[in-house]
Design a protein around this ligand. Structure first.
Ligand SMILES: *Cc1c(COP(=O)(O)O)cnc(C)c1O
Length: 376
């Protein structure tokens, strides 16, 4: 069994995929070929923003947003403590300081009360300017963007939605990727919508920011290719990756999101309360980047993972370490007592094999193995 079976997905999309990839190779327009612009138009239409700029990966997408806003030295960027490293790394990369915020014990997304308290503390201390919030849609479920936006507004901060895992999710009818002043996503192969290598995109309604990001991601280009007006980076999406995403996008929207939702429902049903299943808030829809359960303690979690491994069932711990404990950030002097929920989650969560192409028999096999271990 695979943790996320990308080969099965390829079998499903193979015909259109091979055609589209051969077309790019035949034309040899590997960089900034026409599929890139077509993909940007389709993604913007799907997400519901005016602009989409494709780039090389999700980390760059986040960093490009901070660059467009001129975030830098002396700025505080609020980031959930329970997330992938990139969400905070990009703040440090532009010389701002990530201020980590604890998460909710049920959704695992940023805790709004903790955000409010941290924003007040930073404002009171006066060393940093509260500048932006990175709102992560963890494991596929959108963050509580309505409340995060209110808090950000009160403190004069911009919202950067990290929809690397949330792409395809929604709140009501509004899609992930449209909640931030700028939103970023990743097309890393294992994300809800993945390409065949690295890829990412930035979404916004603001034309000025979109143009700045277009410039930053091609060496700060000006009116022409060899006219450089600012220091940027080299962060383009390959035409081949755009072709891969164009082949996958219709299947993702029309089939995979629905299949994932059904698979998640079956998992929860089959687990029958043996462990704490994912909690999705009323009116929120997850894209199911992960199906993550919570156990009662670290011994139980580690024991279950070893038990599953013995049965040939892969699983993963996302995430093993709170952001505030990552060695790269140690100089910032975080207080471990500010993060009780994240500290507990890193000891108790376990992500099970999950993807839209999982069959009911496979889900039953994993769920029975989990129940078997917890009963024994
Ligand atoms: C994967 C991920 C990223 C980074 O995306 P890459 O394309 O790997 O650079 C950022 N944030 C979160 C929450 C992620 O899961």
């Amino acid at each position: 069994m695979e943790f996320r079976d990308l080969k099965r997905q390829y079998e499903y999309v193979k015909k259109d995929m091979d055609l589209r990839m051969r077309e790019v190779i035949g034309r040899a327009d590997f960089i900034q070929g026409e599929q890139v612009a077509e993909l940007e138009r389709r993604l913007a239409a799907y997400v519901g923003t005016k602009h989409c700029v494709a780039c090389a990966n999700g980390t760059d997408a986040l960093q490009l947003a901070l660059m467009a806003w001129g975030v830098g030295e002396g700025d505080a960027v609020f980031v959930p403590d329970f997330t992938f490293f990139s969400s905070g790394e990009v703040a440090s990369a532009v010389k701002a300081e990530p201020v980590f915020v604890d998460v909710e014990p049920d959704t695992y997304n940023m805790d709004c009360a903790a955000l409010e308290a941290m924003a007040r503390r930073v404002a009171r201390e006066g060393r940093l300017r509260p500048k932006a919030v990175v709102a992560v849609d963890l494991f596929g479920q959108p963050a509580d963007h309505g409340r995060i936006r209110e808090i950000a507004k009160r403190h004069g901060m911009l919202v950067l939605e990290d929809a690397a895992q949330g792409f395809g999710g929604r709140i009501g009818e509004r899609r992930a990727g449209s909640f931030g002043d700028i939103s970023a996503t990743s097309f890393f192969p294992a994300k809800p919508l993945g390409c065949y290598g690295d890829g990412g995109a930035v979404f916004t309604d603001n034309g000025e920011w979109a143009e700045l990001i277009r410039s930053y991601c091609v060496h700060g280009r000006g009116a022409s290719k060899y006219d450089n007006v600012r220091i940027g980076m080299n962060s383009r999406l390959d035409t081949l990756q755009a072709a891969v995403l164009l082949a996958k996008l219709p299947v993702f929207c029309e089939k995979e999101l629905g299949w994932a939702q059904a698979a998640a429902g079956k998992y929860t049903e089959r687990l029958g309360g043996a462990a704490t299943p994912p909690f999705v808030r009323e009116g929120f829809h997850s894209s199911w980047a992960q199906y993550t359960i919570r156990l009662s303690c670290k011994e139980e979690r580690d024991g279950l993972q070893a038990h599953l491994k013995g049965l040939g069932i892969p699983s993963a711990v996302y995430y093993q370490k709170p952001m505030h404990q990552q060695e790269a950030f140690l100089g910032n002097g975080y207080d471990d007592r500010d993060y009780p929920v994240t500290n507990s989650l890193t000891r108790t969560v376990l992500s099970l094999p999950f993807h839209p192409y999982m069959e009911e028999g496979e889900i039953a096999l994993v769920a029975d193995a989990v129940r078997g271990y917890l009963k024994g």
